[in-house]
Design a protein around this ligand. Structure first.
Ligand code: ZN
Ligand code: ZN
Length: 458
């Protein structure tokens, strides 16, 4: 065990899913080397003493669904601006999605282009998802060997030409290719049917109800039925790690629960915005709320909360997917689909969870431990325990703030969270024993984030 150089103490430290008094020792490499119960006094002059007894000490969040869009659409976001936003909200690891940057992360050469763009620009640690598109099955295992944590595919038009949707046979091929690799295979689970064609809507496109009706619940249930059926027919169903990104429809929950009980290793996430907003409250032409799948009814939202408590949904992510303000204008059909909220998630979720009597420990399971598991990073990330990186959020659970332009640290300041009063303030964010954000000072000047490229464990 290497020698400790720093000691973090608080009366409320998240250890083993409970908030308890603890003292956390960290070595020069920024790793946790010892955790003792109780608050130890500052007696050892060789230890930098960090007294957070006034606050709660949590593991850094792992946001496993973020679109940083660089290179190629850097006017939409970027590694520097996006990871600064993450740092401001206690997110110490983000996993970048394969699409909306150009090129998409669908080949090793494309991944290297992205890594070149990311180098030296990241304020928190960044890992990468690859993409499955028609015809790139030979690229998948080489991408795993290069360090991508898993893959996302689309079962419906992705919105960008360079990331086409897959069909059932592409999915089957990808499942057989990825089984046993340790890389998780993820789905944007919406599938069109013969009755609904979102592109053909022409009347009242500025009404949210028109948009909602154009992407019905059945798009999600059809997609998940297809995933489950294809997985069950694959060569090695038990070797597959599957994940459904951004579940918005509660109608898929029974299908997911059944698949989970039938031994498919299929997890699913929802997003901060689906747990906060509801269709009844989206204003006319409120395109800052537009995302795909769409924000649905209030009753639907409450069923998503229940599914988190039941464990059918296990993670909550931002799906931060920005664009320029010009592209976000217009009606619900012409505007870009994507909600911006990177960095607000912990406060957003704690605001909603605390109203429902749900513990902060649960919130951290969904946003840190389980997202780290999904990306094959748990143990190093997502937990305060010996061997983990010393990534912390110093959180003031009871303080409140109103989201203004200054709280939107990402590049384009368009967000449905603007003007909302939130509970819980991030006082500090610490990445591998280095301070990367202080509430009154903002994000530090030097990017200290690393690119995570170790091969995922099979
Ligand atoms: Zn998606
Ligand atoms: Zn996304």
């Amino acid at each position: 065990m290497s020698a400790a150089v720093a000691l973090y103490v608080s009366k409320r430290v998240l250890i083993d899913e409970a908030l308890v008094p603890a003292s956390v020792y960290v070595d020069a490499a920024g790793r946790i080397v010892r955790v003792d119960p109780g608050v130890v006094a500052p007696t050892d002059p060789d230890l930098a003493y960090h007294d957070f007894t006034a606050y709660t000490l949590l593991p850094g969040l792992v946001d496993s669904h973020v679109h940083l869009n660089e290179p190629g659409r850097t006017e939409w976001e970027g590694f520097a601006s996006g990871t600064r936003a993450a740092a401001s909200g206690g997110v110490t690891t983000v996993v970048d999605m394969p699409l909306n940057a150009i090129p998409p992360t669908t080949t090793v050469a494309n991944l290297h282009t992205k890594l070149g763009a990311a180098a030296g620009q990241c304020f928190v640690d960044v890992a990468f998802w690859g993409g499955v598109i028609p015809g790139n099955a030979p690229d998948l295992r080489p991408l795993v060997d290069e360090g991508v944590r898993g893959f996302k595919c689309f079962m419906i038009n992705s919105g960008v030409d360079e990331f086409p949707a897959v069909d059932e046979s592409d999915i089957a091929t990808a499942m057989d290719t990825l089984a046993g690799t340790g890389a998780i295979y993820m789905f944007h689970a919406e599938m069109e049917d013969e009755h609904n064609h979102p592109a053909e809507i022409t009347t009242a496109p500025e009404e949210y109800s028109t948009f909602l009706a154009s992407r019905p619940d059945t798009f999600e249930t059809k997609a998940i039925d297809t995933i489950v059926r294809t997985a069950q027919a694959s060569a090695n169903p038990s070797g597959l790690l599957l994940h459904v990104v951004h579940v918005s429809s509660a109608e898929v929950l029974p299908v997911l629960a059944r698949a989970q009980s039938e031994q498919l290793r299929i997890s699913a996430e929802t997003c901060f915005h689906y747990l906060t907003f509801c269709a009844e409250e989206v204003p006319r032409a409120g395109t800052q709320y537009k995302c795909c799948p769409p924000i649905r009814s209030r009753a639907n939202r409450e069923l998503l909360w229940r599914a988190l408590e039941d464990g059918v949904l296990s993670t909550v992510v931002s799906d931060h997917s920005p664009c320029t303000p010009e592209l976000k204008q217009g009606d619900f059909f012409s505007a870009w689909g994507g909600v911006s909220g990177l960095g607000l998630g912990l406060s957003v979720l704690w605001t909603q969870a605390s109203k429902r009597g749900i513990s902060l420990a649960k919130v951290m399971q969904w946003t840190s431990a389980n997202t780290a598991r999904q990306a094959g990073l748990y143990g190093r990330k997502g937990v305060i325990a010996v061997g983990a990186d010393a990534d912390f959020v110093v959180f003031n659970e009871d303080a409140e703030f109103v989201v203004g332009q200054n709280q939107l640290v990402f590049k384009n300041k368009v967000s449905p969270y603007l003007g909302m009063k939130l509970r819980g303030v991030v006082e500090r964010t610490i990445l591998r024993n280095g301070v990367v954000y202080i509430r009154d000072e903002g994000v530090g000047a030097v990017p200290k984030g690393a690119l995570i490229l170790e091969r995922v464990v099979a």
